[in-house]
Write a protein that binds this ligand. Structure first.
Ligand code: CP3
Length: 356
């Protein structure tokens, strides 16, 4: 006869180690984890030295170089996470849209998508091979990074679509919104395609070893909540859900999103990014306690004197209140001429802060 016994209560929380991954899971941490969007880049002399010899895309294409650039801020700053060096626009290359970074002009996508024929002509993408150099960089990094977790990333369908439609950066997103409003069938066909490609791309990164992923919807704040819900949310949801199902924490980031936060939460993410336009505690209140938050220092504050920086760093930490689930970051990427010493000082300020 079989005896029934109560199965042991499984609590995996002690198996999740490191302050960054613990905070993603809203578990208590020893000190608040901190990393920076665009922590590798032109503000660092080590990066500029490599950029003198190689273009941005050449760095991405050579996994050893991409890995080296990824490690530079980890060594110099003592951050709690590494973010893979790549770019959200890399998938445009195998899609057939083209990508070039012209000096001082930002990205240029040579074959922008404007019609249903353009959408139908997008090439199928196999991330493991077409973007294999990204997976190779991840594998190298997992061998090099000991206790520092590696974040993979992709652009969210809206932000990637905006570059693919406009052919580059944009202020008004006029071509993007015109497609949405005047040719919604083309918009939905493009978003459907991008959601599938970006989901596969993120899952490939996770399989290669990314321990968390961030989905960058940098420009989604250009939309009203109702347009976000109708034209963006289902596609972001698909990408965020694919990453979640692959078993790692997912960070959902945008800027100018104060009115979109509840909808972004509905789209998905274990962690939601907060820029500096909303106080951290107000943003977290809007989102609710069942999600972690990341942010929210204004990148321009890093140009201020240290006492001013400190006051603002402490203000954010105080607003977080020591509640499990805060990852300190900027509200957007590090700016080009940011003093490295100030960035390092912020890492130390966050790590030394004691919640009262
Ligand atoms: O350190 C990291 O954060 C990882 C590397 C990373 C890059 N791009 C390298 C890069 C990441 C996460 C990105 C994401 C990215 N790329 C976003 C989303 C994040 C954001 O800032 O909102 C966007 C919108 C892009 C597209 C892009 N790439 C633009 C608009 C530009 C040109 C603007 C500029 O600063 O010149 C890039 C170029 C780019 N990608 C640089 C870096 C470090 C610039 C430096 C260089 O040319 O060497």
């Amino acid at each position: 006869m079989q005896t029934t016994s109560t199965p042991p209560i499984t609590d995996n929380s002690s198996l999740i180690t490191g302050n960054f991954l613990r905070a993603c899971n809203r578990l208590p941490v020893e000190t608040t984890p901190v990393w920076f969007m665009r922590q590798a880049g032109r503000y660092m002399a080590e990066y500029r030295a490599i950029r003198e010899k190689y273009s941005l895309l050449e760095i991405c294409y050579q996994p050893e170089l991409a890995a080296e650039v990824t490690l530079q801020p980890v060594r110099a700053l003592g951050v709690d996470a590494a973010i893979l060096f790549a770019d959200i626009l890399l998938p445009a290359i195998p899609l057939g849209v083209g990508l070039e970074f012209a000096k001082g002009e930002g990205p240029i996508l040579q074959n922008p998508v404007r019609t249903m024929d353009d959408v139908n002509n997008l090439r199928p993408v196999h991330p493991e091979t077409d973007l294999g150099y990204v997976m190779d960089a991840i594998r190298i990094l997992r061998g090099e990074l000991k206790d520092v977790p590696l974040i993979g990333f992709c652009g969210a369908p809206f932000t990637v679509a905006s570059y693919i439609i406009e052919g580059g950066a944009s202020r008004e997103f006029l071509k993007t919104k015109t497609m949405m409003y005047a040719a919604p069938e083309v918009w939905h066909a493009l978003m459907d395609k991008l959601a599938a490609v970006l989901s596969d791309y993120l899952v490939a990164q996770i399989r290669a070893g990314a321990q968390a992923v961030q989905v960058f919807d940098s420009w989604v704040g250009a939309l009203s909540p109702s347009d976000y819900e109708a034209f963006v949310l289902p596609y972001s949801h698909k990408v965020l859900q694919a990453a979640k199902s692959a078993g790692v924490p997912v960070i959902h980031f945008g800027t100018n999103t104060a009115t979109l936060l509840p909808l972004m939460k509905r789209a998905g993410g274990d962690v939601i990014g907060l820029d500096w336009r909303i106080p951290l505690d107000d943003g977290w209140k809007l989102l609710g306690d069942d999600v972690a938050v990341q942010g929210n220092l204004d990148p321009a504050v890093l140009f201020a004197p240290l006492p001013e920086i400190k006051q603002r760093v402490h203000d954010i930490l105080q607003r977080a209140g020591g509640k499990p689930g805060h990852i300190f970051n900027l509200g957007h990427g590090i700016l080009q001429h940011t003093p490295v010493d100030n960035v390092k000082a912020v890492v130390d300020m966050v790590h030394e802060y004691v919640h009262k």
